[in-house]
Design a protein around this ligand. Structure first.
Ligand SMILES: Cc1cc2nc3c(=O)[nH]c(=O)nc-3n(C[C@H](O)[C@H](O)[C@H](O)COP(=O)(O)O)c2cc1C
Length: 130
């Protein structure tokens, strides 16, 4: 899982896909951390992306970096604990202008049933389950 976080951090941007009434929706995301052994992302409850995940928690993301690309799929679980939100904001202090751990908007979610696959043109795909 650390390798997955490292890849996404190095890439700086990943593209998160959700399902919106049976249609795909994708957008750039950047926040990703490991907290208590789980891979977390962060968003705002006011966003469409959050509403889509609430309706259908199965998501997929991808990123490209340094000749390799990664695809991560799984089910996102919302964590309402203040300590999980604080951890995400502390690791990403640039978010503190927009989010506070105790506001009604900040949302952090972790992956369940996570499967990451790292691909390149020269090596066979490598699967990491977490
Ligand atoms: C480089 C980059 C990184 C971003 N990272 C995040 C993120 O980690 N979480 C988030 O909620 N929005 C992030 N955003 C903003 C979302 O892409 C934006 O709010 C998007 O419109 C949300 O999707 P939606 O319109 O379907 O709700 C990022 C934008 C950019 C350009």
């Amino acid at each position: 899982m650390e390798e997955v976080r490292e890849f996404l951090k190095e890439a700086r941007v990943y593209y998160l896909a959700t399902v919106d009434n049976n249609k795909p929706k994708v957008r750039p995301f950047g926040t990703v951390e490991i907290f208590e052994g789980k891979l977390y992302i962060q968003t705002g409850k006011v966003k469409d992306v959050s509403k889509q995940i609430a309706k259908n928690p199965y998501v997929e993301l991808c990123a490209f970096d340094n000749g390799k690309w990664i695809r991560v799929s799984g089910k996102l679980v919302r964590d309402e604990r203040i300590e999980a939100k604080e951890y995400m904001l502390d690791q990403n202090p640039e978010l503190k202008g927009m989010y506070k751990a105790d506001d009604d908007n900040t949302e952090v979610l972790y992956f369940e049933e996570g499967v990451a696959t790292i691909y390149s043109f020269t090596e066979p795909p490598r699967v990491i389950k977490f």
